[in-house]
Structure formats: structure tokens, C-alpha cells
Design a binder for this molecule. Structure first.
Ligand SMILES: [Zn+2]
Ligand SMILES: [Zn+2]
Length: 353
């Protein structure tokens, strides 16, 4: 199938090019992309790949256009959010924790299918594709049917980030930290992940503090009821829970110091591998530290729940999103780096032929 796709290559400007999607296998679908979020992992991966040409994008939302022969539970025309890929058969997948799938790395970051076959070609040559089982910076994406969650009649630009960023923030609150009314949660960093986490905790009736250096990103959490800080160095009350979205060692250490005894910290930001922690203090204060991938979420369970909260008005995810034409990925990234946006989402401005 011919599509338009955003081709990234090192530091060169991205370009919208004609590309060819492989035919769907029996368990795959082709989704006509209506919106696709830009997530930090897209940028990290672009850097990691160097000069290797790639079609990235892993927060796709659109309508199912073609079904593989064995796909059940999806129909042509269904609107779906495409989440990360997982095998469905390993112990963690069967336990409802597909973020820890035994095949997660190969399925989401190898650039091709597990059997080595490419999913996207440009001018006849395979490029890095199958990113998070989708590569959705394009007018259509080839995805594993298992990764697709039906979402019904909702705005694609609002729900697309439920495939990764919003899922991660909300899941870290609802599945991992589980604060209750009366608890006090500190969210470090108010990008797409942190802001979704803050809004989710507020929707649970939890007191929320947000530490975020960019003033524009503090506005919405503050309007929704959070107490905001420009830095962790400002005086703030002790907290029962912390969600770190930055991965910055100094932020993690500082945030641990703010925890009350028996408090919990969840890590969702990928930073340097090594952080120096005071093990004695952790032990004596009964603190818990949780690593957390994709919010420990099972997308078919959590995505519909978050959409229910969006629809009833308790989770105003639409207010986090800024949209750009598909071809303007680089401008979306530059604006985000300049602190002008919380969650950039691309809208394909053309149709696959
Ligand atoms: Zn698995
Ligand atoms: Zn992501």
C-alpha cells in the first residue's frame, strides 16, 4: 500500500516521502492514521539510529482500513488507538503486564518484524519501521491487531497519546502508586506524561504538587487544582508519593528526600543509568521505589477507562494537546523543546492513495 510517511535521518530535516507498506500478515491490520502523538522515545530513537533512515511514531490513532485474514474483534472502519507491541503469549503478557513482554525490545525497537522482514520501504529500499509495532508518522500504518484498542467516536488528536505518553502517566498513578484522597502526590516534570499523571491523580481526589521549570506547562495543572513549583528547591510540604518523569539523578534524589516515611517513588523517565542513593535512609524510612514501563498498563483495560474519564469531563486531556500537520514534525519538536507545548500531535494532511 502506498502512503506518505515522515522519513527521519539523523540530524537532517525530516521529510514527507512516498513510502510502501507491506501487506498485512494474518494477525496484522492497516490503520489509516488520523492523528499521531510525538513522544520523547521518538526523539531518543532518532538519535540512537544515527544516519539510518526511519519512519518513527508510536502513538497512532485512526481507522482500520484493511484486516489480516485471522483478525478477530476488529472491523474495517473501527477507530483504534495503536499502543505498544507485545507477544500476548509470554508470562507477563498473560498476567496483564504487556509492558514487560519477553519480546518487548525486539517487537518495539528492532525496526522490522520478529522474523526480520521489513514493514516499510522507501524507493524500494527497506527503512527502519515497525516502530512500537506501528511506525505511525504516516498517513497509514501497519500494526499488530493485538496492539489496537477500539475507542469509538472520540477526537483522534486527544486520544492518540493514550497509546503511550498519557497511558504511561495515568497508569503510573492508577496502577503503580495508587494514591488515595488524603495522600499528596508530587509529579516531577509536566510534559505529556507528567501532566496526564497530574490530571489523573486530581480526578481521583488526590492532592497534587507539580514541579516544572517551564511556566507554560504549569498553567493547566494549576488551573485544574494542582499546586505548582518552578523547582524542587522551592519550599514544599512532605509528600506520600512521587512520580519522576525526568530521569534526572538530582531530581530523583531530591524527590526521595521529600517523601514521608513509607512513601513511594515511581520512575517513568529514562535518564542516566546510575544514580547514587542513600540506602540506609531508604531502609530506615521504609521507602519504596518502583520502576514502571508504560504505566504497568494493559491497554485494552486502561485506554477505555481513561476515555470514560475524558468523556465525563474529569480528565481534560484535550487541553494538553497542540496539533501540527504531519509534515511539520520538526517544528513540533522544536516548539516542544522551546517549552511552547505540553503534548504535540501530528495530523496527516494527505490521504493514502
Ligand atoms: Zn509477551
Ligand atoms: Zn512513547
Amino acid at each position: 500500500m502506498k502512503v506518505s510517511a515522515v522519513l527521519s535521518r539523523g540530524t537532517a530535516p525530516s521529510e514527507l516521502v512516498d513510502a510502501e507498506l507491506d501487506e498485512p500478515r494474518s494477525d496484522e491490520v492497516i490503520v489509516r492514521i488520523e492523528a499521531v502523538g510525538v513522544c520523547h522515545t521518538d526523539l531518543v530513537t532518532r538519535q540512537r539510529l544515527g544516519e539510518r533512515p526511519a519512519v518513527l511514531g508510536h502513538e497512532g490513532c485512526g481507522t482500520v482500513a484493511h484486516l489480516g485474514s485471522a483478525v478477530e474483534g476488529l472491523a474495517v472502519g473501527d477507530r483504534v488507538v495503536i499502543s505498544f507491541a507485545s507477544c500476548g503469549g509470554c508470562a507477563k503478557c498473560r498476567a496483564g503486564l504487556p509492558g514487560y513482554c519477553a519480546w518487548a525490545t525486539a517487537l518495539n525497537g528492532a525496526g522490522r518484524r520478529l522474523d526480520g522482514s521489513p514493514t516499510v520501504r522507501v524507493k524500494g529500499e527497506p527503512v527502519f519501521g515497525a516502530f512500537f509495532g506501528q511506525s505511525s508518522f504516516a498517513t497509514a500504518a501497519l500494526a499488530d491487531a493485538r496492539s489496537c484498542v477500539r475507542v469509538g467516536d472520540v477526537p483522534p488528536a486527544v486520544v492518540a497519546p493514550l497509546g503511550c505518553g498519557f497511558l504511561t502517566g495515568a497508569g503510573a498513578v492508577l496502577n503503580v502508586l495508587r494514591p488515595r484522597p488524603g495522600d499528596r502526590l508530587l509529579v516531577v516534570g509536566a510534559g505529556g506524561v507528567g501532566s496526564a499523571a497530574a490530571l489523573t491523580a486530581l480526578s481521583e481526589g488526590v492532592e497534587v504538587l507539580v514541579a516544572e521549570p517551564v511556566a507554560a506547562r504549569r498553567t493547566l495543572p494549576e488551573q485544574c487544582g494542582a499546586t505548582v513549583f518552578a523547582s524542587l528547591d522551592e519550599p514544599m510540604p512532605p509528600v506520600t508519593h512521587v512520580l519522576d518523569t525526568t530521569g534526572r539523578p538530582e531530581a530523583i534524589v531530591r524527590a526521595l528526600g521529600l517523601l514521608q516515611p513509607c512513601g513511594a517513588l515511581a520512575l517513568v523517565g529514562l535518564g542516566p543509568a546510575e544514580v547514587t542513593l542513600d540506602a540506609r535512609s531508604l531502609m530506615l524510612r521504609g521507602l519504596r521505589i518502583h520502576g514502571c514501563v508504560e504505566g504497568d498498563a494493559d491497554p485494552p483495560v486502561l485506554v477505555p477507562e481513561l476515555i470514560r474519564r475524558y468523556r465525563d469531563g474529569s480528565l481534560p486531556l484535550d487541553r494538553l494537546v497542540t496539533t501540527y500537520p504531519l509534515a511539520e514534525l520538526d517544528r513540533a519538536v522544536a516548539d516542544h523543546r522551546a517549552g511552547l507545548t505540553t503534548k504535540p500531535v501530528l495530523l496527516p494532511d494527505g490521504r493514502p492513495t
